[in-house]
Design a binder for this molecule. Structure first.
Ligand code: UDP
Length: 314
């Protein structure tokens, strides 16, 4: 039985990964310090013998008894308001946390996959973003703590690969959504769904002409699983290239929820908010035979059912 360590296990992506590896018959060790994670996301796994949970901050020394085959490092505050509130922890988990886990991977002879991000491209000057684009990041802007931690994480991981010969995988994750996103994490989809359900204004930042491309979580998990199993150590974009402006996205949510009290309202655009974002997924198609299966309409319908349960309609 393969033994897998998943950091950030109680988070949105981490918890879905725990489910997937349990389904694949692995023994899963979930680790989290719950600064943004929610234990409810993995509560259903606690009765299973196949699952263990360690409450731990991976920015400090990480000890795991027994063998490990895979380490997936998904611990980090991941929404702009979270990393603004926790800038030092964000920098530490991406840098010191990654270093600790790489050391653990060496000690256990485990394969290490890190969760990188489209944020390594910053406010991109090429569109769509290919993996060979180096990015346009402001290191000292409000997003710098996340972006630079993730860029350091990639550099450190690649150094362990080239210097120590460690088996490493780097996934660059684009905007992803689905059940278990935190209602108040500040990201656009939970914000819009909860505002629409409550009959409030949907807070469009700027004029809403900035674009994003949203990937349903099951598609993302499939891409990550395939990347882990592949022998490919260069970064791979995983995301859905179906691009939409934030204003159009707000209109889609309004139509889906159909609450007559809800409408779009416009707020100031945050500093360094990327104007466009869309993955070029040629590499994922060629190397992993992967592409997203869920349309936005399908993924949003499933996600809306989740938000209906967790947000009270007014
Ligand atoms: N956004 C918005 N209203 C919100 C939250 C976000 O208009 O209440 C915008 C934000 O300015 C950005 C996009 O939606 O252009 C996606 O933001 P999010 O925080 O979800 O993630 P990002 O892609 O910026 O990391």
């Amino acid at each position: 039985m393969k033994r897998v360590l998943i950091t950030g296990a109680a988070g949105f992506l981490g918890s879905h990964l725990c489910d997937r590896f349990i389904k694949e018959g692995c023994h899963v060790i979930g680790m989290d310090n719950l600064i943004t994670g929610n234990i409810d996301n993995i509560a259903h796994l606690f009765p299973l013998k196949q699952f263990e949970y360690y409450h731990h901050d991976v920015s400090t020394f990480v000890h795991v008894p027994g063998k490990l085959d895979y380490i997936l490092h998904f611990a980090s505050p991941a929404s702009p308001i979270d990393y603004l509130k926790m800038p030092i922890q964000t920098l530490k988990v991406g840098s010191l946390g990654t270093h600790n886990l790489l050391g653990l991977a060496i000690a256990k002879n485990a394969r290490m996959l890190i969760a990188s991000t489209s944020e390594v491209y910053g406010d991109p000057l090429i569109h769509p973003q290919t993996e060979d684009y180096w990015g346009n990041v402001n290191p000292i802007g409000p997003r710098g703590v996340y972006d630079e931690a993730k860029r350091f994480q990639e550099a450190m991981t690649m150094a362990y690969h080239t210097y120590h010969g460690l088996e490493t995988r780097i996934v660059r994750i684009f905007n992803t959504y689905g059940p278990r996103m935190r209602v108040n994490d500040g990201r656009v989809l939970p914000a819009f769904f909860s505002q629409a359900i409550r009959g409030e204004g949907l807070t469009v930042f700027g004029d809403g002409s900035q674009t994003r491309s949203f990937c349903y979580v099951d598609d993302l998990v499939e891409g990550i699983y395939r990347l882990l199993k592949s022998d490919y150590s260069q970064p791979v974009n995983i995301g859905n290239p179906d691009e939409i402006t934030i204003k159009e996205f707000g209109e889609e949510v309004l139509e889906m929820v159909g609450n007559p009290k809800a409408k779009l309202i416009f707020k100031e655009l945050p500093v360094d908010d990327p104007k466009v974002r869309k993955p070029d997924i040629t590499r994922a198609k060629e190397v992993l035979g992967w592409e997203p299966k869920y349309s936005r309409a399908e993924g949003m319908a499933i996600t809306y059912e989740y938000f209906k349960k967790v947000v009270e309609r007014k």
